[in-house]
Design a binder for this molecule. Structure first.
Ligand SMILES: [Mn+2]
Length: 353
């Protein structure tokens, strides 16, 4: 069940760790990290500390701290982690940076500057290619998995480093989250889960940890997003566009469940505007549309920003203020143009009561 080159890359990783075994090793993931990112970095920390015999100074970095669900899961697993967001206190010119679960440096938010201030970068990730892919000396990235946690587990196996049970549970939580409770699991995902369970982890226990009661602010954001949404129809495709001040992805998920095929949630923040996009598999599989490449990145012709993600889930961030109505209409126009290219000939009709 090995992935192509994983063994060799693990050997190269070990060499790099030996090289930096007396330096600072920063293990970072994307801002406001989900449990896939958080589980990956804490498991990588254990691996790195074992390989360097505890000599390296290992620092975990999660810009803008882990998200609520991650923090809850760590609490339930009794895992305590030290995250120092004040990178200036420990970064050195000869540091090694290991980045997990993100391929774009801008996903490191306020800490993205560190990319150009370390000696070497290792990337462990499952997203589409970003700027970090070109900057890393080793890239662990495989289409055969659905989460970074899976890759980290395989790295631990390749390096013969046994992970403690709480960490195995955290990785399993990462897999469950990123596969949406296995809906997006690949064949290898099931093999990896079987291996984790055979180490004495109970699936149901971890799956139960993922049940998440949304806070009142999240529920209000969902309700507002639904009320403010405009819905459009082109043939059988329903497009929804809305805006909220927070909880964009949660709002997007709800609007998808109502029945929209393509959802854009515009998040209006103090210093930036974020567009969160989601598309159903009819859009990605049957029509072959890639949300990021075909739609979000084309926003760049109108609003300077940066984006990334997967065919069916992505984001685009614009610094500063923008005309939100214009942004919504540009999004709709780009989407309709792409649908036309894919052969949908119908008129755009707004769905109203
Ligand atoms: Mn992930």
């Amino acid at each position: 069940m090995q992935l192509k080159n994983l063994e060799e890359k693990a050997v190269s990783l070990k060499k790099i760790l030996d090289k930096y075994s007396r330096n600072t090793i920063i293990i970072a993931t994307h801002r406001n990290a989900d449990i896939d990112g958080v589980a990956s970095i804490i498991a990588l920390k254990e691996i790195v500390e074992k390989i360097t015999n505890g000599k390296a100074s290992v620092q975990l970095l999660v810009p803008e701290k882990p998200n609520l669900l991650s923090r809850n899961i760590l609490l339930k697993l009794n895992i305590e982690i030290q995250i120092n967001e004040n990178v200036n206190e420990y970064i050195k010119d000869n540091s090694l940076l290991i980045v997990a679960d993100t391929s774009n440096s801008n996903q490191l938010g306020p800490s993205s500057w560190i990319i150009d201030h370390v000696e070497e970068i290792v990337l462990v990730d499952h997203h589409s290619i970003g700027d970090l892919d070109g900057k890393a000396s080793i890239v662990f990235k495989y289409a055969e998995v659905s989460s970074t946690s899976e890759i980290v587990y395989l790295i631990s196996r390749a390096l013969n480093q046994h992970l403690s049970k709480p960490l195995l549970k955290a990785l399993l939580a990462g897999i469950i989250l990123d596969t949406r409770h296995l809906l997006l699991a690949k064949p290898l995902t099931f093999r990896i889960i079987a291996d984790i369970l055979s180490e004495g982890v109970e699936y149901r226990e971890v799956a139960n940890m993922m049940k998440f009661e949304p806070s009142i602010s999240e529920r209000i954001a969902r309700i507002k997003a639904t009320l403010r949404a405009k819905y459009y129809r082109v043939n059988d495709v329903v497009i929804a566009i809305t805006r909220v001040g927070a909880h964009e992805s949660s709002a997007a998920r709800i609007i998808q469940e109502i029945g929209a095929d393509i959802v854009y949630v515009i998040g209006d923040h103090d210093e930036e505007v974020r567009v969160i996009a989601r598309a159903s598999h009819v859009i990605t599989e049957k029509l072959g549309i890639h949300l990021v490449n075909d739609i979000l990145l084309k926003l760049g012709n109108y609003f300077k920003g940066s984006g990334g993600g997967h065919p069916g889930a992505g984001g685009y961030t614009i610094k500063g203020k923008v005309d939100l109505n214009k942004l919504a209409s540009v999004l709709l126009n780009i989407t309709v143009d792409v649908l036309k290219l894919k052969g949908l000939s119908g008129e755009v009709v707004e769905v109203k009561d």
